[in-house]
Ligand binder design. Structure first.
Ligand code: BGC
Length: 500
């Protein structure tokens, strides 16, 4: 006979929905599930696969620094180190009304930002969820959708109660377009898409000027808008975070994708030496560091699960660093480990497990929830497995899943620390210290992610690692985009536009 105890409770899902859970906790020895000892044995194996020693981290940092340097010297390198044509830091006095359109990995956002100077701003925004079909459809359709959403936003925010436009005849609203995918830029309002990332596969767009494609949609919908700048989310985050706190020197995004930006002396960006830009200038660099170690796979410690994630993705070989770190992939890595243990007959014997067999069903948000489960019986984990995957778990299994989530989450944070350490080391920021503006769902919502990044920085640099602090960034894609649009206007008025 199976001894069991019953209980009930509720959990709140990432969607905000509250779910009642009725639990029946079996006595472990009576079930065909994995025992405590077997799970502990397996865990040891995964610990050695997913743990990064300080020594290994330092080796990664050195290789990373070399890749950053190479990207500055020559065009079209693995880490492309993209010159953004955003010149220098904001003064903090930028002001005025600006629109921002942010095409991210998960949502499309339209914002109206009022910069008030002195590092202050106000913002109104509307968010639209992108469907999986839109992420694989035709490019022109995606940009038309962006223009449609922009039209609705302008109609709502720039008309009076009687439906009359609040804009003067011929008035054009300046717009910053935050496009968070790697683009080569030769001007601030231009960008040739190198490749889609984060699972996007929109057709007829790679290799084309996405700013121009969007401009055509703006014309088609006759919008009173002038797109003045094409911006990566990291560049926006860098500028927005510096606008409110000038100690910020680096910006990072750890969300669906991952990337970093920082400010470089133009004289060090050898590959654009022939453009005639003053050597005294500074320019923000969008590193696109998610591509670090792509194709050759020489430096990063990839497990077989990482190789499967890569090979079954729509872009095999690409974004090698991002695939170990970002929110799009962590849940999938964990799912692959679970599937392996199901195949080996260790987990869920005698239960239907087909719901766990679909790629990407195990969301990274579940890892966050599992790590933050406060109950002794790990009720949250019971809820996830019964509600989403219709399987029952023993306490030993749940403890194992939680420990596994920790290993995968911790590795992501420590690798992120390696990237930050590479920029800090290259730029010589360690002694004086600096702030790193950080944003993205992983950074903001994954429990302990920021602390683990800081631990990682101390493992790389020793005590001096304490001089480098990540801080929650200002909204780069909205506010940053507006500030950059304002900075561009100043350069344009001074006759320095378009590219010098
Ligand atoms: C993109 C970057 C972006 C990052 C964070 C990556 O997949 O290549 O351009 O900054 O995601 O959104």
């Amino acid at each position: 006979m199976v001894a069991s105890r019953r209980g009930s409770g509720s959990i709140t899902l990432p969607t905000g929905q509250t779910m009642a859970i009725h639990t029946r906790t079996h006595e472990e020895e009576d079930l065909p599930h994995a025992t405590k000892k077997t799970m502990a044995d397996h865990l040891r194996k995964y610990e050695s696969l997913f743990t990064l020693t300080p020594q290994r981290m330092r080796m990664i940092v050195e290789a990373f620094k070399d890749s950053l340097e190479l990207g500055l010297q020559k065009p079209k390198q693995v880490v492309p180190m993209i010159p953004t044509f955003v010149f220098g830091w904001p003064t903090g006095q930028e002001s005025g009304d600006f629109l921002a359109l942010d095409l991210g990995g998960t949502n499309l956002r339209v914002c109206l930002v009022t910069l008030q100077g002195e590092g202050k701003f106000e913002m109104t925004q509307t968010k639209y969820r992108l469907t999986e079909e839109q992420k694989q459809d035709e490019g022109t359709k995606l940009f038309d959708f962006c223009a449609e959403c922009l039209k609705t936003f302008i109609d709502t925010n720039f008309t009076d109660e009687d439906g009359n436009s609040l804009l003067k005849p011929g008035e054009l609203l300046p717009l910053g377009f935050t496009f968070s995918y790697p683009c080569y830029q030769t001007r601030i309002d231009h960008g040739e898409l190198i490749r889609w990332t984060k699972g996007f596969g929109v057709k007829n767009t790679e290799g084309r000027d996405v700013a121009e494609m969007f401009r055509q949609s703006i014309e088609k919908y006759e919008l009173p808008v002038q797109m003045t700048a094409l911006i990566n989310d990291t560049t926006g985050t860098l500028i927005a975070s510096h606008y409110v706190n000038p100690k910020t020197k680096i910006a990072v995004i750890f969300g669906t994708g991952c990337n970093a930006a920082y400010m470089e002396d133009v004289k060090n960006i050898e590959k654009i030496n022939d453009l005639g830009i003053s050597e005294k200038d500074q320019m923000a660099i969008n590193c696109e560091w998610g591509a670090f170690d792509s194709f050759e796979h020489e430096h990063l410690p990839r497990t077989k699960y990482d190789t499967i994630v890569d090979e079954t993705s729509n872009k095999p070989g690409e974004q090698a660093f991002e695939k170990l770190i970002s929110g799009r992939y962590l849940g999938e890595i964990l799912r692959l480990v679970i599937c392996e243990l199901i195949d080996e007959g260790v987990l869920f014997l005698g239960q239907e497990t087909y719901k766990l067999e679909t790629p990407y069903v195990f969301e990274t948000a579940f890892l966050s929830l599992m790590e933050s489960d406060p109950t002794d019986e790990l009720l949250m984990i019971i809820g996830i497995f019964t509600h989403f995957f219709a399987v029952e778990t023993t306490l030993a299994e749940r403890q194992f899943f939680r420990a596994l989530a920790m290993l995968i989450g911790r590795r992501a944070a420590r690798l992120s620390a390696c990237g930050i350490a590479a920029i800090v080391g290259k730029m010589g920021y360690l002694d004086e210290g600096c702030l790193v503006g950080a944003d993205g769902s992983l950074y903001n919502k994954y429990p302990g992610f920021a602390d683990r990044v800081h631990e990682g920085l101390i493992d790389v640099f020793g005590e001096k690692g304490n001089n480098i602090k990540t801080v929650h960034a200002e909204d780069g894609s909205g506010v940053g985009s507006a500030i950059i649009a304002a900075m561009t206007k100043v350069r344009r008025d001074a006759g320095l536009y378009p590219n010098v």
